[in-house]
Design a protein around this ligand. Sequence first.
Ligand SMILES: *Cc1c(COP(=O)(O)O)cnc(C)c1O
Length: 389
Amino acid sequence: MAKDEQLRGSTNAVSPEIVTATSFHTHPDLVGFSANDLTLDAPHFYTRWSNPTVAALEEKLAQLECGEAGLCFASGMAAISALFLTLLRSGDHLILSEVCYAGVAELAHDILPKFGIAVSAVDTGDPTNVAAAVRPETRLIHIETPANPILKLTDIAAVAAIARSCGARLSVDSTIATPIATRPLSLGADFVVHSLSKYLCGHGDAIGGGIVGSSAAMAEMRKEALIHHGGCMSPFAAWLILRGIETLEARMAIHERNAGVVARFLESHLKVEKTYWPGLSSHPQHELAKRQMSNFSGMVTFSVGNGIELARRVADAARTFSYAVSLGKTKSLVFYIPSDDIASSSYKMYPDSTARYKDWIGDGAFRVSVGLENPVRLVDELSAFLDKS
Ligand SMILES: *Cc1c(COP(=O)(O)O)cnc(C)c1O
């Protein structure tokens, strides 16, 4: 069966089908035994190499990001480690947003140096810091915008110009923005990565990661990282994420609306010290947000005087919110991240960068993933917790 027929499935079903098979009938003239012989038009062969349901998601991601090709992995972290380990080798230099997903920061600071890869973490919120960090060996610049958890933005087009001028590639973690808000490739990035476990899945019931880039780069990454490191996505996760994507645009509109209601409530509350949402005119980078994001997404971050106390109360008694990690789910989630902990254990920050982090968000960040509930209920619950503090 030709690959496009395999992709469409044989039943003409309107909704995606799950193909759970680990291997596919093949022919000695079609596919070699080694992944090194894999050609772009090879039919499906073994599900770690490619699978019809996962391929449908890869095609969908490429469409959403207006890129040539997509590649899916078992998790966002599997996608990002594939990206780093395919593009970087011993002696190379990586520039990273100093504030980014904690797992990515730990991978870069704790693991890449073991392979002889040098890492500079800089405040990419100001692109001149990126230009100043460039070295002759700089191969990759990895930014996250808006950055989890403090919602600091990076100007993608400005950093893309720096990457081009020094011959490095630019990857953008666009998990919080989603393709509804921002299309990093059209702003000059070489790769866009997503934790599909968040808004793209949307229901908090599947883990996955995806990268979109040029067909040649994705084919290389499929061989080197997907097939040989082995972090392939399960067809069932691909199916759940494909189903989630059907409502992505509609969900993002409600996430944005609800986050606006929650952010404006928090901003006006006397006990709240700082509130960040890219859509607030008080966000220090609101002008960039308006230029770069056509939806301000559903994440709101705030701080109060005694954060750990409030965190305990919310964890004990929240009903509309869940006190839980992750984001981008139908249900609202809130989680407290003490600043000193994340600065030292994940970001390996120096005193000046720790001071910059705490200047932005104080002693701890409440990361709120605003869900799809009636926003009145969300504000009522937050209001009750804050008034007791
Ligand atoms: C969750 C997340 C990741 C990691 O994704 P997993 O699917 O949990 O492995 C990476 N980047 C960002 C911005 C995230 O929020």
